[in-house]
Ligand binder design. Structure first.
Ligand SMILES: Cc1cc2nc3c(=O)[nH]c(=O)nc-3n(C[C@H](O)[C@H](O)[C@H](O)COP(=O)(O)OP(=O)(O)OC[C@H]3O[C@@H](n4cnc5c(N)ncnc54)[C@H](O)[C@@H]3O)c2cc1C
Length: 386
């Protein structure tokens, strides 16, 4: 029978980062099990690739403060590209409450060491994006170290180096059961046979609740469809601008290739495994795009290039990371609520630390992210969710 010190269920960006951080710390007998024939078919391959430290809670800010410098030095550390582009995130405020919110968040961000973040006036915002309609803009918040990465390259980079350092990747293999012995994890059943291990990490993205059920664990992670619209090449707006978020309605966009990538969180979306792109979404987004950037009324969109993927929502929009106390040996790395790419490096480090040392210093109090918080009613509250 195959044996491994640690088995990771799911070979997306989160599972790959955990594998790399484990092998880097000397734990080399690691097995990643991915049910698809290729990595990246889950959320990772559908992501917008945005990375930011502009959050409202200390935990999310600290996870970004590990992850973004990691992405900046990814090539140096791993010898492979992350395609990190420090073009920033620009939150555009149109109500006094937005400004207050951004100022409050910035105080927390700065107190945790995010020195580059700053408030901008309307005039400064227009300097960055001259095409923006600014009559109702009151100001905004900008952090130049926020930006974008290529999630697929990151995932492949982590996996490649993890495998060189001893990890194994099984593709086209589904985990169908998780076994325990006197309550302690003892192994897994897979479509490729049984595996013996004392430690299993759930890195199954939007399918995390199903994998948790195999271990008898009730995990509150729900899939929620998110759709993205890439435009055809467009020269009317610069391609070095940041991710721009219109706080009036949540519409946001960033340069992508020769065009732009447009996104909006449709409040009418309901949980479920829906990954079909809904053509009527294009009109909803283009209306908001042209409202904020009038020349975007000339954008061309090919509906065949648009896509949908799944966010993995937790009840408090924070990741669920750590051991499950009732099932020793079972760890979660789930529920990123749309932030799994930007927080993958921190998650890999935290999970490796917890497995190998039982503690971590990546965040001040990792216990706050524990899977047990929901049963205790100790929910966190993140409002800066896109
Ligand atoms: C449209 C969209 C835009 C997004 N934009 C951003 C963004 O800008 N920034 C950001 O940080 N995040 C963003 N996200 C979220 C981000 O993509 C996810 O949080 C992240 O990819 C989660 O990675 P993961 O490895 O946990 O999950 P996944 O990439 O989904 O990987 C999980 C893997 O587990 C495998 N699996 C499941 N069950 C089993 C099983 N039983 N056996 C074996 N394998 C199994 C699946 O096949 C899958 O490959 C976006 C997501 C979407 C959909």
């Amino acid at each position: 029978m195959q044996t491994a010190d640690v088995v990771i269920v799911g070979g997306g960006i989160v599972g790959s980062s955990i594998a790399w951080h484990l092998t880097e710390a000397g734990c080399r007998n690691v097995l990643i099990i991915e049910r698809e024939s290729h990595q990246g078919k889950g959320s990772t391959g559908k992501s917008m690739g945005g990375v930011r430290a502009q959050f409202a809670t200390a935990l999310n800010i600290q996870m970004s403060l590990y992850s973004i410098p990691f992405y900046a030095s990814f090539e140096e550390r791993l010898g492979l590209p992350s395609e990190y582009r420090a073009q920033g995130y620009l939150f555009v405020a149109t109500k006094p409450a937005h400004l207050e919110y951004l100022e409050t968040n910035q105080r927390l961000q700065k107190s945790l060491g995010l020195t580059q973040v700053r408030m901008l006036t309307r005039e400064q915002i227009v300097e960055i994006v001259p095409q923006l309609r600014s009559d109702d803009v009151l100001g905004g918040s900008f952090c130049p170290t926020d930006g974008f990465v290529d999630p697929y390259s990151v995932m492949v980079g982590f996996t490649t180096r993890a495998c060189e350092q001893g990890a194994t990747l099984w593709r086209s293999t589904e985990v169908t059961g998780i076994t325990s012995d006197n309550g302690q994890i003892s192994g897994l059943e897979t479509t490729r046979g049984a595996v013996s291990t004392r430690t299993v990490v759930n890195a199954a993205g939007p399918w995390a609740a199903q994998v948790a059920t195999l271990a008898g664990v009730d995990l509150p992670v729900e899939p929620l469809r998110r759709m993205l619209i890439p435009t055809e090449p467009f020269e009317g707006v610069s391609h070095v601008i940041p991710m721009v978020i219109d706080m009036t309605n949540g519409f946001h966009f960033r340069p992508e290739s020769l065009g732009f990538l447009l996104a909006w969180n449709d409040p009418e979306e309901t949980p479920g495994y829906k990954t079909d792109f809904e053509p009527s979404f294009i009109e909803k987004v283009l209306v908001r795009a042209a409202d904020r950037v009038p020349c975007f009324e000339n954008l061309a969109v090919n509906p065949k290039r648009a896509w949908a993927g799944l966010y993995e929502m937790s009840p408090d929009h924070h990741a669920i990371i750590g051991p499950v106390p009732e099932v020793p040996g079972f760890f979660c790395a789930n529920g990123f609520s749309g932030h799994g790419v930007m927080h993958a490096p921190a998650t890999g480090k935290i999970v490796a630390d917890l497995i190998l040392q039982g503690k971590t210093d990546v965040v001040n109090n990792v216990a706050i992210l524990s899977p047990g918080r929901f049963a205790k009613g100790e929910l966190l509250h993140e409002t800066a969710v896109l």
